[in-house]
Design a protein around this ligand. Structure first.
Ligand SMILES: [Zn+2]
Length: 477
C-alpha cells in the first residue's frame, strides 16, 4: 500500500467514495470507447477513495420460495431423473456469465476497471453481494493480489442492504459516507499443497477389489462449508463407521476418500484417479479392481436418485441396492455415458471410464442460501436426512462389496471416447490434469477380471444381493 493510501486511511474524511454508475450493469452493450470515456470522466475522483462498483442491486421479492424437497412427480419426469454427475447435472452447472452480443463482456469491463483503479490510486473496491438478507455468496470476485504480474486492489463484497443504504445516502441525500476498513488476512506462500484423506476397511476373499465412497472436504471461503461438502464427507465416514461398528462382513475392501482441491477444479480426485487407476485407454492394474465410487455433494438432503457411469446394467445393480430405500424417498438410478469432468468428484471417475455414482439430492436451501455463502455452517445441516444418507450409503457399499461380481462396465469396444481436453473457464480450468488418451493396452502381467456384460449385453443374471447378516454372524471375515 502506498504512503498516500495509508494517509487516506488514517484521515478517512478526506476520501469520500465516489459513486459512479455501473457501466457493467447497463443493459445496452458497453464498447471500449464508452468505457474509456466514462473512466476518463471519473479519473480525478478515484485517488485515495474506496470505490463502490455500480449501483446497488434491487433484489426482487420472492413470492414463490423454493421448496425444500423436490416434488415427488418431478423425480420420475423425463429430464428430472438424472443423478449428480450425469448429463443433466452437467448442463445445470453451466451458463454463468456469457458474452454480450456486441461490446465488452462483464469480465472484460471488470478487468479494465480493476487496472484503472490500481493505476489511479484507489484504496479498495466494494461490490454489492446482490442477494437478500445479508447473504454473502462469494463466487469468483478476484481479491487483493500482491503478485506484481497480476495485482489487484483489496476487494470486498458487501451485504445488499448495507450497500444499498450507503448508495442511497451518498447519491440521493448527497451525504458523504466514510468507511473504515480493517482487513486482516494471512498469506501462506508455502502452503500450496492440498491432501486427500483416505481410510479403508480391508475386505476378505476379494480384498484386492475396492468399493469407494467420499466427498470433498475443502470448502469455499465465505463459511466453513457444512453443506458443501462436509455433508458428503461425513456421510461417507459415518457409513464406514456403521459397517465397522456393526462388524458387517464384506468381501471387497471398502474405502472412503475425502478429497481436497475440489472447488478449484477437482484436483484431489483427478490426481488420485490418475495415480491409482489411470484411464480406460491407459489403465493401471488398480483400474480393473475399482468396483464403484459413490459421491454425495449437493447439500444436506438424503439421496433421492443417482447416476452411474456405464451400461444400464450398472445402474440396475446399484438400483437393486438402493431399492431398499424406496420408502425413504429414493427414486431411481440411471446410467450415464458422459465422461466430461465437472461439478463434482464422481466425474473424475467417469472421466476414466470407471463406475462413478453421483447422488441427486433435494434442494433444501442449497442453491438459495447455503451454496458458497456466508451461511454454509453446521446450523444449516438437516440431521435426519444426513443420518438416512449414511445408512443408505453404508448398505450400498456393503451390498456392492459382497456381490459376486463387480458393477458392470462398458467393454473396450463400447466405452465412449474421452472428451477432448477443454480450455473452458470456470471451476474446471484448462490447467487441470487431463486423463491421457492412449490405445487400450494392459500392463504386462495384468489379466482383467471377467467383465459381466458390455454396454449392449443383457443384464447380469446376478444382481447385488442385499441382506443384512443374520444375528449369528460373527464379525468380519
Ligand atoms: Zn461441493
Amino acid at each position: 500500500m502506498t504512503p498516500e493510501q495509508l494517509a487516506a486511511i488514517e484521515n478517512p474524511g478526506t476520501a469520500p467514495p465516489p459513486m459512479p454508475p455501473a457501466a457493467a450493469k447497463e443493459n445496452k452493450p458497453v464498447t471500449q470507447a464508452d468505457l474509456d470515456a466514462y473512466l476518463a470522466s471519473i479519473k480525478d475522483q478515484v485517488r485515495g477513495a474506496i470505490i463502490f462498483y455500480g449501483p446497488h442491486t434491487q433484489v426482487p421479492e420472492n413470492f414463490v420460495p423454493a421448496p425444500l424437497r423436490r416434488p415427488e412427480e418431478t423425480w420420475s419426469q423425463p429430464g428430472g431423473r438424472g443423478g449428480r454427475g450425469g448429463p443433466a447435472a452437467a448442463g445445470a452447472r453451466g451458463g454463468r456469465g456469457g458474452a454480450a452480443a456486441e461490446g465488452l463482456t462483464a469480465a472484460e469491463i471488470l478487468q479494465h476497471v480493476n487496472k484503472f483503479l490500481l493505476d489511479n490510486g484507489a484504496l479498495a473496491k466494494v461490490t454489492d453481494a446482490g442477494e437478500a438478507y445479508g447473504t454473502i455468496r462469494q463466487q469468483s470476485t478476484a481479491g487483493y493480489n500482491e503478485n506484481p504480474g497480476n495485482p489487484n486492489l483489496p476487494t470486498l463484497l458487501m451485504g445488499n442492504e448495507d450497500y444499498g443504504r450507503i448508495y442511497r445516502t451518498s447519491t440521493i441525500d448527497h451525504i458523504p459516507v466514510v468507511l473504515k476498513i480493517n482487513i486482516h488476512n494471512e498469506f501462506y506462500p508455502t502452503g500450496r499443497t492440498v491432501y486427500n484423506v483416505i481410510g479403508e476397511l480391508p475386505g476378505t476373499d476379494k480384498a484386492d477389489e475396492v468399493v469407494m465412497a467420499g466427498g470433498h472436504f475443502d470448502s469455499w471461503n465465505a463459511a466453513t462449508g457444512a453443506t458443501d461438502n462436509a455433508a458428503g464427507g461425513s456421510v461417507a465416514v459415518e457409513a464406514l463407521r456403521l459397517i465397522h461398528t456393526l462388524n458387517l462382513p464384506h468381501r471387497r475392501t471398502i474405502r472412503v476418500a475425502l478429497w481436497s482441491g475440489e472447488e478449484e477444479g477437482l484436483y484431489g480426485s483427478i490426481a488420485y484417479v490418475a495415480q491409482h487407476f489411470g484411464s480406460a485407454e491407459n489403465p493401471k492394474p488398480e483400474w480393473f479392481k475399482l468396483d464403484a465410487y459413490l459421491n454425495l455433494d449437493d447439500g444436506t438432503s438424503k439421496p433421492r436418485a443417482a447416476s452411474v457411469f456405464g451400461p444400464p446394467q450398472a445402474a440396475a445393480m446399484v438400483e437393486t441396492a438402493m431399492d431398499n430405500f424406496k420408502d425413504w424417498g429414493f427414486h431411481s438410478v440411471n446410467p450415464t455415458l458422459g465422461r466430461a469432468t465437472g461439478g463434482t468428484d464422481s466425474t473424475s471417475f467417469n472421466n476414466a471410464g470407471l463406475p462413478g455414482v453421483g447422488f441427486s439430492q433435494d434442494p433444501f436451501d442449497y442453491n438459495t442460501f447455503t451454496h458458497h455463502t456466508s451461511y454454509d455452517t453446521y446450523e444449516r445441516i438437516y440431521e435426519p436426512d444426513m443420518r438416512e444418507a449414511a445408512v443408505e450409503e453404508a448398505l450400498t457399499l456393503y451390498s456392492l462389496a459382497n456381490a459376486d461380481q463387480m458393477v458392470p462396465r462398458c467393454s473396450a469396444a463400447t466405452m465412449p471416447p474421452p472428451p477432448a481436453p477443454r480450455a473452458a473457464a470456470g471451476r474446471v480450468a484448462a490447467n487441470v490434469p487431463v486423463t491421457p488418451v492412449a490405445p487400450l493396452a494392459l500392463p504386462a502381467g495384468v489379466t482383467p477380471p471377467e467383465r459381466p456384460s458390455p454396454c449392449t449385453a443383457a443384464p447380469p443374471a446376478q444382481a447385488a444381493p442385499v441382506s443384512w447378516p443374520g444375528a449369528g454372524s460373527t464379525g468380519q471375515r
